[in-house]
Design a protein around this ligand. Sequence first.
Ligand code: TMP
Length: 211
Amino acid sequence: MKGLFITLEGLDGAGKTTQLHKAAELLRQQGYEVVESREPGGTELAEQVRALVLDSALPLNNTTQTLLYLAARSEHVDKLLRPALEAGKIVLCDRFSDSTLAYQGLAAGKTLEELQELRQLNAFATEGLVPDLTLVLDGDPKLLLKRRDARGVTDRYEEQGLELQYKLRSAFTALAEAEPERMRIINAEGSTDQVNAAIMAGINDFLERMQ
Ligand code: TMP
């Protein structure tokens, strides 16, 4: 595969979406062709699955949620991500397989050892597509939740409050510690510009190492 697959992960309210747009713009200014996408989503069907799975009025157990995320991911990889990567583009994606490991895995009570099954399911859904680089936006959930409240957005997970966010923070930290080559933790507590600078440093460092 000729392109480069970069994912942004982290807690709700960490500012991933804003940061993803900024990073994409800066990379375009550097002359790269960049595709922005998100999960769940990125294709028409996957966006419909997103609406279903994030609707907190629909009670869904953890297995059903997992399978919906994986169905959306399979579509997304097949129709958008793999073609863009094969065309040599940089793909920036807001969440991917690590979110399933964090939300439906560790934060749902599974141990690191028990993630094996979810890892296999991710591999099945993506036909083995793994990000080249994953930036995990990290910070104190209390601080990040204040920002989220200011945005006024809630979904199934955000409604579960601070306790879940602390579990997610530990989950993403554990995942990053297990794969330090691929996953980098970025401090998301600073200003938008500071976080952007840290993200660009992470991406540019990676691009330099690739050359
Ligand atoms: P977003 O708010 O970052 O766009 O993400 C949507 C929500 O979906 C977020 O609360 C995390 C959740 N999610 C999972 O639980 N599992 C997954 O595999 C993905 C991709 C997202």
